[in-house]
Design a protein around this ligand. Structure first.
Ligand SMILES: Cc1cc2nc3c(=O)[nH]c(=O)nc-3n(C[C@H](O)[C@H](O)[C@H](O)COP(=O)(O)OP(=O)(O)OC[C@H]3O[C@@H](n4cnc5c(N)ncnc54)[C@H](O)[C@@H]3O)c2cc1C
Length: 376
């Protein structure tokens, strides 16, 4: 384990990596150009599973299943270090039609997931009595709170968190990364981890990486139900046609989300607000504009087929990436941190890291030299 490790980006992935590496004996400095956990990690929904796992590749499911198994104990450990709660709960998910029943049952059977067909009307009186798919094991965490938990836990174990420090350049000496330049001065390190979410590609300035990690905008609405319509109104996460409602314990309900290629533009749009309002009101008529509290967008670190990049760089072997988790970076954070730490320590991870490596032709297609390029 290199003694001093710099991590760029304090979202769920960078924070989880910092915690794991520190607990394995490294001295970790975690840099963020803003406040920890305020980008995609804040903007997401906190569902701790791929939405319909049978639609994803083995590479996505291997990492998300590994992570899902780690999550309850991992989260409890961080909560106890932090003295804060992330509101982890196994609230289950009801998938409304259409869905592929054969694929769903086959996948759930193979992966030991509970899964049954239920009458949706028994759950949601507004929905016509059609068979829905009930997945009782799906969990959620309140992601903004999880970020606070991870930040406090990281501080408690001794991670040096430096916020409002934008990394502007990776420094190279003798064919290795020697540190980074930031708006708060230079930081030297024996190893550097890029966990800068959607900005990871732009940060290292390699054109080829922009096809491996890129921004995908997601818009979300937040409702607060009045107390009289609270009781039992939405007992579980509900998913239909890629849209979902996520109930929180205190009566907040999230409706998400869009998937948009809008570059680094974090604006919200009327079209998305209307689309999500129509979806939310169609499931639960009490979710109206009157109880709409907030509308935001976040930039997911998109990746081809949702397969993250957890790997050393092919040329700079002390430069690591933990990024591109796309729709499931909160779900995958603990597992990805384990895989990263194992790779840094030269150990074999519990799951194969091969699917998350740089493509073998990456060095040949990468045109831009890291040291010449400043981050935007
Ligand atoms: C609408 C929406 C819904 C989602 N729902 C879910 C869900 O239900 N479940 C799930 O698992 N995932 C969900 N996600 C995805 C999840 O939020 C992301 O995959 C995850 O947050 C990625 O974490 P990250 O740490 O890689 O990135 P981020 O949280 O974006 O963190 C990256 C950090 O890097 C910092 N940074 C960037 N550039 C620099 C620089 N030059 N110098 C220093 N710091 C820098 C940023 O300030 C930021 O804090 C959702 C995302 C969105 C937008």
């Amino acid at each position: 384990m290199p003694p001093d490790i710099l991590i760029i980006g304090a979202g769920a992935v960078g924070l989880a990596s910092a915690l794991e590496l520190t607990q394995r004996g490294a001295r970790v400095t975690l840099l963020d150009r803003s406040l920890s956990g305020t980008e995609s990690t804040w903007a997401g929904g906190g569902i701790l599973s791929p939405l319909l796992p049978w639609n994803y590749s083995a590479a996505v499911n291997a990492l998300s299943e590994y992570s899902r198994q780690l999550f309850p104990d991992w989260c409890a450990r961080q909560e106890s270090l932090a003295g804060l709660e992330a509101e982890y709960q196994v609230s289950g998910m009801l998938v409304l039609p259409p869905f592929d029943e054969t694929d769903a049952f086959a996948w759930c059977g193979r992966h030991g997931w509970c899964c049954e067909l239920r009458d949706s009307a028994a759950w949601l009186p507004t929905i016509a009595a059609r068979k829905s798919l009930w997945l009782p094991d799906v969990a959620q965490a309140r992601n903004p709170r999880l970020a606070q938990v991870l930040r406090a836990a990281a501080l408690a174990v001794g991670v040096n968190i430096v916020e409002m420090a934008s990394v502007t350049r990776l420094m190279v000496a003798g064919g290795r990364i020697s540190g980074v330049q930031t708006t708060q001065g230079d930081f030297a390190a024996a190893a550097v981890v890029v966990a800068a979410g959607a900005w990871s590609g732009a940060l290292v300035g390699i054109d080829a990486l922009s096809e491996r990690v890129f921004p995908v905008r997601g818009q979300m609405l937040l409702f607060k139900l009045p107390p009289e319509s609270l009781a039992g109104s939405l007992p579980t996460i509900v998913l239909q046609n890629g849209h979902y409602l996520i109930p929180r314990r205190d009566g907040h309900v999230l409706a998400g989300s869009t998937l948009e290629a809008a570059g680094f533009d974090k604006s919200t749009t009327d079209a998305a607000r209307l689309e999500l309002l129509a979806f939310a009101g169609g499931i639960l008529p009490s979710l109206t504009e009157q109880c709409l509290q907030q509308h935001w967008s976040g930039l997911r670190p998109g990746s081809p087929d949702n397969i993250p990049l957890i790997s050393p760089h092919p040329d700079y072997t002390n430069l690591y990436f933990n990024s591109g988790h796309f729709r499931y970076g909160v779900t995958m954070a603990p597992g990805s941190a384990q895989v990263l730490a194992d790779l840094i320590e030269g150990k074999s991870p519990a799951i194969s890291a091969a699917p998350y490596a740089f493509p073998s032709n990456f060095a040949a297609i990468a045109e831009t030299d890291i040291q010449e390029v400043a981050a935007n």
